[in-house]
Design a protein around this ligand. Sequence first.
Ligand SMILES: Nc1ncnc2c1ncn2[C@@H]1O[C@H](COP(=O)(O)OP(=O)(O)OP(=O)(O)O)[C@@H](O)[C@H]1O
Length: 790
Amino acid sequence: MDPPPKPSSTSLFQVYLRLRPRPSSLVQLTQQSLYPLLTPPERYLTVEPPVQDGKDAMPTHITLQAPSDSRKRAVEKFAFTKVFEEQAEQLDIFKGTGLVPLIEGVIGEGRDGLLATLGVTGSGKSHTILGSKSQRGLTQLSLDALYRSIKNQLLHTTSHPSLVSSLSAADASEAQILPASSFLDGVYGDVLAERSNSRAPTPMMVGRTSNLPTKYTPKNGLYSQWSILGLSTGYSPRGTGQSIRAVPIAAESEHPARVTGPLPSQLPFWNSPRLTRTQAKLRFGNFQDSTSTTSIPRRNLPHRPSALPQYPDISDVNITTDPNIEYAILISMYEVYNDRIFDLLSNPPTPKDLRRRHLLFKSTEASPDRKVVAGLRKVVCASYEEALMVLETGLMERRVAGTGSNSASSRSHGFFCIEVKRRPRGGAPSAWTGAQLSIVDLAGSERARNAKTAGATLAEAGKINESLMYLGQCLQMQSDCHDGAKPSIVPFRQCKLTELLFSNSFPSSAHNAAPHHAHHHRNAQKAIMIVTADPLGDFNATSQILRYSALAREVTVPRIPSVTSTILSGTTAVPRSQVTSGRVTPNAVSAEEYEAAVSEVARLDEEVDILGVRLAEEEGRRREAEEEWRRAEERAEEVERQVREECWAEMEVKIEAERRRWMGAWCEEADRNDEHLDRKLEILSRGIQIHEDPGPHPDDHIADLESQNEALRRKLDAMERELQCRSPTKSKPRNPSGIAMDSSDAENVGFRLVGLSLESRAPGVAKTPRVKGRKLTARKWDFGEDEEGF
Ligand SMILES: Nc1ncnc2c1ncn2[C@@H]1O[C@H](COP(=O)(O)OP(=O)(O)OP(=O)(O)O)[C@@H](O)[C@H]1O
């Protein structure tokens, strides 16, 4: 097989392979005692000797053969840029993978750099990127190299108060930029107050399974993922006073932590007082998590610097910089979880709103030709220690869970971005340009059967595998079109992960830039992929990853003793003497023809074998396609369901709003009516004064009656006198009934009139008697008529 293709201008990634060492003998012993029936795993991977000669020559090829392969499957050979064997250390990886030139490109050329790890779960991706208790990872080493190189040209927010505002003005990603001191104070300053409002903790378990007690409960105590960076908390969140410590694995134990140089203890927030037990309880609450995995708080206290690993030392790494340039470094962190981007450095919008807002990867007004993650929080870090603290804070937010394959399995793809901003010394505030180094810790692909996941963790695994499948397709495309084919056909827009990894892999074109923006031509990013593999791990999962990530691949079919070979061996066994004996039948063929036929059969047989392998591959691809189809259908259903739910929710909101509007209008109308009525009543009560009739005073009434009586009496007297003065011959006047009336009668009449008059004044009395009475009193002419009648 040829040496792996040299990275060309079209290749998107340089691909390195790192093999994970065997677990330490102590771990193996523990495993054996826990699972005595378990057969020790067989190694299925062989590293080929280096193709080139020389002392520093590195292997580039591996062969893969299924362990205990009764079916005699094809032997596959893979080519990588370099293969790092089990004994390789972090420093070897740092120096041997071209990470230093990548950093140089970021500082000097303004070229974006990308470093990513890919592998099956538990194969050592996080170990490579983040390191362990005793060794720094590539992230810390890159940060160290960066800060060492530009420390004399680095601007600080303390000495340049306008630094943050000038960086914000030049930022194209709508980011919230703040100095590290403000950020760290915000996170750790008022720990008590914040903790009580903190988000629900994400399931987390850290440490090797084999090192954990058999029954692992929160009461056993925990240590955070950050401790793998060597920043031991020295603090048990439950206040038990104990923290589980990972038993150092063989490679690590050779390099005990060395603490040298300036320590983060010099930072003010690292010296903040430790929590008391009560405070801790208050702060972390009661960790009664119902999930199968154990929870620890997302943000621990600032860690003690005493365990900070300084190994490996990279003080000999020198990156030359232009002294006329001044720099600022911005750190941001996000994770891709379930195909959505979440900021790892920002707090929830409100303490009550525990849901995180996902961010968009898009072109902005200030960055029309290049997509950026918009709205991230970026922290200006003036020193390596500050950058480490920010990294810790982000890692605490990252989703990690214990699975059957890895006790601290990353459940999201983590992105750690170091933006190196540069401008000429004393340049205008807006003159910032720069490039970014992105370090990506991908979540591992896993088989549900091996990982023994269920529920949400299984769903996460589905999403992880899906995004890794798309990544695989992109990488496959890169290796397929190595020889001059266009890499632009790489289908990277299929999911968020591949978009983030590949969209800056191509140089920006000037015509895409908006005319009102000074166009800054960007070089295509340089990218390094470190594929991690456990030679004793899951064969199928590992071979699948290697298949799509390798730069080249060759399949050899093992020779199977078949009918052909039997014939062949029979042929060779035929003694020449027999062939030439002359006992040849008319149908018999010559020995040469027979041999040619047999070799033709052998060739065809080989072809059949190769076709068999191809068929198996095609079948695998078909299965993948079917799986993709199924997932696409599921996605479509999910989208449909979401749309329905959204529409439903929107409808409900609208109906509710309409109802409220109507209720409001109805209430308003009712109020208006009430008001109107009130006003009317008021007007009425003001305008109409009801006077109560006091009624006649009884004395007045009596006096009145008496005067009337008196008047009548006088009238009667006058009439009597008149009668007496008339001649005695004249007959006595008659009453209407014809009966003669004497004075006593007249008196009676008078009294009756008075009585009638009284009755007529009484309320509710009928008028008829009054008419009668008036008739009696007022009809003087009646008398007159009578008089005339006499
Ligand atoms: N090169 C190495 N040297 C020493 N220990 C290693 C190495 N690689 C991995 N390990 C150990 O193996 C375990 C699993 O590694 P790690 O967590 O890095 O896996 P991972 O690939 O990131 O898994 P996941 O995808 O599930 O997050 C850790 O305990 C780690 O310390």
